[in-house]
Design a protein around this ligand. Structure first.
Ligand code: F0G
Length: 354
């Protein structure tokens, strides 16, 4: 295993890992940063890269923080973990909890979780409770359940600082791969932990003298669930991007600080813009991400059109989760595209219109 260390070992100097911390891993991190010239040309930026966080073990960036949060929970003697989720956090908690041999409970908004994510939690043996309410309601419940000291379970939502610590590693990887920090970091914003973690990660690297600059942070919320853009909580958020369907982000202040300290922005993109980006990412670069992830690219397209991102800037867009998690959105997007034929060469040629 010498060639590919564990994520927690690679960046140990920046993480809350000690000799007493259990060595848990599912092989998280080390995700590809790929150049996206065809997509970039399409949306008006010449130097676009995509960070494929859907390549993590459970198919989303959550694994970076979950490995640290679960390791630290076990180190502290916890025997159970709990979270609220729009799907990916619960899939990740279920997997790492299973690998660690501890009890996992997840509280989800009923009917609002992409199918793949729900199945990931169930197959790993997590206890799944679907509540009549949205993500913000679910988070309120699990926070109050774990608020008392001596609570039986450790909360592994991104309000747990170990989650944010682990998620910083994606920023380190980007700088290590590029040999510098990008000019612009484009990222979807939901509960706002991830944008906060990236900014902290870039700041760590700048403070350590590993990079000279930090990127402008451009965060993007879905238009029907854009509390930070609108400046107030949204009671009934709505968007097809279910992972970021959040009306009252827990790390709101962190996102605002990242935006302001980096002279970036947090803007909204419509569901139509998200779905266009979702298709373009697959059709121009061969990358299948989930709809929420496409908010980053939708945002780059919008900001390039307005001039907020310059044509020649080095832009990294984070694709936070794997497209296979949400088969229903994919199916609706490609409906009617299969052409049928009898099993003959002539039939297939005709069907293909070749
Ligand atoms: N993209 C995906 C695919 C996500 O699952 C999430 C958040 C985000 C972006 C936004 O990240 O919350 O740190 O601003 N998903 C959480 C969950 C809320 O429960 O899986 P954030």
């Amino acid at each position: 295993m010498a060639a590919r260390p564990r994520l927690c070992d690679r960046y140990r100097r920046f993480l809350p890992i000690t000799d007493a911390t259990p060595r848990l891993t599912l092989g998280e991190g080390f995700t590809p940063l790929v150049a996206a010239p065809r997509l970039g040309a399409r949306i008006g930026v010449a130097n676009l890269h995509l960070k494929l966080e859907g390549m993590n073990p459970t198919g989303s960036f959550k694994d970076r923080g979950m490995v640290v949060a679960v390791s630290k929970a076990i180190e502290a003697g916890a025997t159970s973990i709990i979270c609220a989720s729009t799907g990916n956090t619960s899939a990740s908690a279920a997997a790492y909890g299973a690998a660690a041999g501890i009890e996992v409970a997840v509280v989800l908004p009923k009917g609002a979780i992409a199918l793949g994510k729900l199945l990931q939690a169930l197959i790993a043996g997590a206890k799944v409770v679907a509540v009549d309410g949205n993500f913000d309601d679910a988070l309120r419940v699990v926070r109050s359940m774990t608020a008392a000291s001596g609570s039986r379970a450790t909360l592994v939502n991104s309000v747990n600082p170990h989650r944010i610590a682990g998620q910083k590693t994606a920023a380190y990887e980007i700088c290590d791969d590029l040999g510098r920090a990008p000019d612009v970091l484009a990222i979807p914003v939901g509960n706002a932990g991830n944008i906060t973690a990236y900014w902290a990660g870039f700041t760590d690297y700048a403070m350590a003298g590993i990079v000279e600059t930090r990127p402008r942070m451009h965060g993007f919320q879905a238009a029907g669930a854009a509390p930070i853009v609108e400046g107030h909580p949204i009671d009934d958020p709505h968007t097809i991007a279910t992972a970021i369907k959040i009306g009252n982000p827990a790390t709101w202040a962190g996102a605002v600080a990242a935006r302001d300290e980096s002279r970036g922005s947090i803007d909204a993109v419509t569901d139509d813009e998200i779905l266009t980006a979702y298709r373009n990412i697959a059709e121009f670069e061969g990358v299948f991400c989930e709809p929420s992830s496409a908010a980053s690219v939708a945002g780059v397209a919008k900001a390039a059109a307005s001039g907020a991102i310059g044509r020649d800037e080095l832009v990294v867009a984070i694709l936070t989760g794997n497209g296979l998690k949400d088969p229903d959105t994919a199916e609706r997007t490609v409906a009617g595209r299969i052409v049928e034929s009898d099993a003959s060469e002539a039939g297939v040629l005709k069907a293909l219109d070749w």
